[in-house]
Design a protein around this ligand. Sequence first.
Ligand code: SF4
Length: 948
Amino acid sequence: MTDFKRDGSHLAYCPPVEKWDDWVELDPDSWPRRVEKHYQLVPTICFNCESACGLLAYVDKQSGEIAKFEGNPVHPSSRGRLCPKGPATINQIHDPDRILYPMKRNGPRGAGKWTRTSWDEVLETFGTRMRQAIQEGRGEEIMYHVGRPGHDFIMERTLQAWGIDGHNSHTNVCSSSARLGYLLWHYADRPSPDHANARFILLLSAHLESGHYFNPHAQRIIDGKMSGAKLAVMDPRLSNTASMADYWMPTYPGTEAAVLLAIAKIILDENPYDAKFVKTWTNWEDLQVDGFQAKGQSFEATIEALKKHYAHFTPQFAEKESGVKADVIVKIAREIAKAGSRFASHLWRGSASGNLGGWQPARALMLLHVLTGSVGTEGGHNLNAWNKFVPKPFKVPPQQKRWNELLYPPEWPLSTHEMSFLLPHFLKEGRGRIETYFTRVFNPVWTYPDGFSWIEMLRDEQKLGLHAALTPTWSETAWFADYVLPMGFSSERHDLMSQESYAGKWIGFRQPVNRVLRERAGEKFEYTYQANPGEVWEEDEFWINLSWAIDPDGSMGIRQYFESPYHPGQKLTVDEYYGWIFENSVPGLPETAKKEGLTSLQYMRKYGAYEVTRDVYQQNEKQLSEAELAEARIESNGVITKQGKPVGVMIDDRPVVGYNTPSRKLELFSKTMADWKWPEFTLPEYYRSHIHRSAQAASLGEGRADFDPKYTPKVEWPEHARGEVFTLLPIFRLPNLIHTRSGNAKYLYEISHKNPLWMNSADAQNIGNIRTGDLMKVHTEIGYFVLHAWVTEGLAPGVVACSHHLGRWRVNKDEQIERMSSAWVDLKEIGKGQWKMRQLETVSPYESPDPETKRVWWSDAGVHQDITFPVHPDPVSGMHCWHQIVRVERAGSDDRYGDIFVDTNLSFAVYQRWKALARPAPGPGGLRRPLWMPRVVRPVESAYYMKK
Ligand code: SF4
């Protein structure tokens, strides 16, 4: 096991901190001569995924240029190691096609004509419009829509300072279903598995090679394995992760909950469950199931009722549904039971984000943790809320008073996040308009389903007043913006980050390397863009200045939050913002810094990260203090309340904090589900996904008794759709690419640049002797895409798969969107809502200031599949259900590689069919949403009630 040391000595090859000011390496360009190069090393944080690994920028002392990025050995989460996307930051900052200055369009939207403008003009234009909207009570027409956040809390603070309900995110195309599954149990919406100390690890993901907290988790999964833990992977695809596992369970997609509940049944039946934990820490006394009411009954009787309820989840039933052999399921159940409190697992995307009801696998997985007592334990499942540390800044604004129904519409009261992917449909339905729209490191035209509906929305100046794309790279979405505002990469910006990546709490500090170094040398900068390439800025300073532009004299009450805490009335600087946080909100940091004669800010600038604590297990057991108990009352069920709100629970006569649920216990029985019109789902359940074989049959007009239209909308094929019916898995990630932000990273694109259609060899034979490389046409409910086949044994029959990330395109030949990663396309609207795209030129070598673009050897840019997908909002979690039933045929003589067709009239119709599954608010008492459920930027309580 790797024993992390704060000085980085656990990694002998990493430069020790005391040598960071003058680190010497031999110059590779001078080889075979041994010429020394001197570097200054500056820590920062990778911005290429959510993991926030620590980077070290190697700055050539002679040229002042950053020469490379490697791992920061004193970062407690990444411990000096990186995935390939971290070092590829060097490509991003030196990208010859990058946006260096703020740009303003000077023709019709989407025409691709841009003029350089100044930051002052941008601030004046947006500040004036936003001021007017807020003063006229139209604050909800301002929307901030984030793709990759890469920071903590600063945006929530900014939006609340503006007094608006305007935060939109990408989460409902990413992880909402998994979040709901976890949330219903314990309020925290993410797992923080302690892989390193586990004895058995179950992944419903490709976590060793990609996915959430990929590099930090991969290290700890390997630590766990090296200490003897066994690894099981549930994935229809033989991922690299599955290939490293002791058990691979290739489930038919969407059937994972059936397998998990079969495991639960075995653990219950064979009796090795942790009865003490279940009795103490679940709300079993609330259970009502199949006519049984636990109230007044014994715990043993309740367990018997549970056993009865899950009786039909036999291993044989699970095998029939999933294809995983019954004896494997039994074996894994026994391994999990044996691991007991040291059972760790992870589910984030995969089955959760692919399937209707994808929140049930997360809920069923948590049931296994509850039965084994592996919640909050060493080697078990911990809560993100316990391991992530978000320090509070000075002067936090009050909560906003309004509720924006474009974000949280009444149809999906339990959606964990904003219904962002439905925005074009909401505007089409006339639910509102957007005056000022900020897309921030966000490319919905490309990464979302139904991208042509996004294009239609973005180019409509009636529905969308002014759109600024804040982005480090060109994107398909930026193309339709009014302003393109260049934001910095990992080494060009400030951000504070923390993630629940292991059993500990830490913070990491991203910083602009050039500015930091030049300020160390005595230069002074007012703004980061003055030290960055061109006029690339950072969001922190942009929002501070925009807030001053909205409220220049402070009369609107906004400016006060962006004034210095040290010099009243003066504009807040980033040093002051972060310096205050480090000095006042991070326990132990000021003392640690002082020991080295540093301020807290200087410490963070020197090391780039700080571990706050390792005391993270079993936080539910924390005793409430006298002060916390003042004026509290103990309810008859043991819940401790204050002003009617639960704050703790009595356990063995001790007042402890418990979990943040209404019962303060883990909610085996969810009253929330009963209250919000889903009484059939008060317990973890399995119900058939929209891609179940019964739905496939229904799409062909073949009736099956197990197809229930109450839960599953029927697929209506467009007239042109032909071919065999399959389930498409479109969301697996490639470990070396970054959604759409790696198009400028030649080291990464050189490794992967093609996304063929994975197909089992038996299926290939059945369709008609399909071979790898043959051209296939995949029909979705709203259109089609054409790509090459890849015939493989690494995928279950009946399923086809295509990876995310690839298929970038540009509508102009030589500008914008990097030519090494995109195809030049002919994009046409051939009828109202009917869109056709054809690749005119794929990738080839080209001239640029970077000589390596002449050495591009690959010719493929991949095929953009997401744009041909309709929206599938899960009626409960609100998550877009990515998997889908498709028809696959051999491409015809008129079809060409990369061809795409979509009819957005059909996509609107699919939206309507899925919307009809929802069970809208109001809930109890006229609520829009349960009061206990979180929101990213939470409004005041009165806003939770619908107006009569
Ligand atoms: S996992 Fe890779 S991309 Fe993500 S932060 Fe770490 S180094 Fe960067």
